[in-house]
Design a protein around this ligand. Structure first.
Ligand code: SAM
Length: 316
């Protein structure tokens, strides 16, 4: 199946949020198809530098093409959960001028049936962003208990029908292994009463698929680790820009920024070690009508920006 292109979301806003300086060193923690990275490189000067990360092997080929023609660009394949170590290995800890996260999956990942993220086409029950690590959804779904499946749907999909959906999955699994994403979506839809589905804009399996994807890739755990590393890798005055696509991610980003932007105690004058580690910049940004008109994927995007100060980070 041909891979769809990926249109970068909130591109201008993200570049503005990074407050680019031509000679700066930047990290794009979610390279994808390089939409944000390319725009960043266009604006960096000769002495600027961009490090990009992605855990998906398919991102590598696109990054390699970019790296071959631009020695300001370095690609590192791996999870941003290891951001602190990767930046440290490059000798750049505390020297990054801007750190960008554009979370979730890219359009090509989502639209390629073989990756198993979508129920729009029948695909294998996989959902791993890095198919060389961890276990595919099929393996977990085959052995997980009712409580485990319901717990994941509740926690990561916030679906009140979690118990019924888990029961339907166990019931189907007892008859024969669940074949593909489409069959799984039908099982989930069949578990939700018509009165609950009535009037809803989204497919009844959407929340369950989101929940399984977040769980299989430990997306929220990786985000927590990367946020924790952000204050260590950023230089004073460096910017953190995070684009989230659902409330579970955005809530974490908001809480993290608020926690680091609040001084531990309010003495006056403030001792440097008691000053906040981050300063929140502006209000959360959403896509405008013009962007939504050509990129519906931007509908759920929300971007937050913070700036690193000189103060030590607040320890969790
Ligand atoms: C929304 S896409 C980014 C698109 C990119 N900004 C562009 O314009 O092409 C998100 C990307 O982040 C990657 N990703 C998600 N979680 C990751 C993690 N923990 N570590 C590294 N990459 C991750 C995915 O593989 C995907 O390619």
């Amino acid at each position: 199946m041909p891979q769809a292109e990926h249109q970068p979301v909130l591109l201008d806003a993200a570049l503005a949020g990074l407050s680019l300086c031509g000679a700066g060193v930047y990290v794009d923690a979610t390279f994808g198809r390089g939409g944000h990275s390319r725009a960043l490189l266009e604006r960096l000067g000769e002495s600027g530098r961009l490090i990009a990360l992605d855990q998906d092997p398919d991102a590598q080929a696109h990054a390699d093409t970019l790296a071959a023609g631009d020695d300001r660009f370095t690609f590192v394949r791996g999870s941003f959960a290891g951001l602190a170590d990767r930046v440290e290995a490059l000798g750049l800890s505390g020297r990054i001028h801007g750190l960008l996260f554009d979370l979730g999956v890219s359009s090509p990942q989502f639209d390629t049936a073989a990756r198993g993220f979508s129920f729009r086409h029948a695909g294998p029950l996989d959902m791993r962003m890095n198919p060389h690590a961890g276990e595919p959804l099929s393996a977990w779904l085959h052995r997980a208990s009712h409580g485990e499946i319901a717990g994941v749907i509740k926690r990561y999909g916030e679906d009140p029908m979690a118990g019924r959906i888990a029961a339907a999955i166990l019931d189907a699994r007892a008859r024969s292994p669940i074949a593909d994403t489409r069959q799984l979506a039908e099982i989930v839809a069949g578990a939700i009463p018509a009165r609950v589905q009535a009037g809803k804009r989204i497919h009844p399996a959407t929340r369950t698929f989101q929940a399984f994807r977040l769980y299989i890739n430990d997306e929220l755990g990786a985000l927590d680790r990367a946020l924790d590393a952000a204050c260590d890798v950023l230089a004073p005055g460096g910017r953190l820009v995070v684009i989230s696509f659902h409330s579970l991610e955005d809530r974490r980003v908001k809480r993290f920024i608020r926690a680091q932007a609040r001084p531990p105690a309010p003495p006056v004058p403030m001792a440097p070690e008691l000053a906040p580690a981050l300063r929140e910049i502006g209000k959360p940004v959403r896509a405008d009508e013009a962007e939504l008109a050509h990129n519906p994927r931007a509908r759920s995007a929300i971007m937050r920006v913070a700036e690193r100060t000189h103060a030590p980070k607040v320890m969790a």
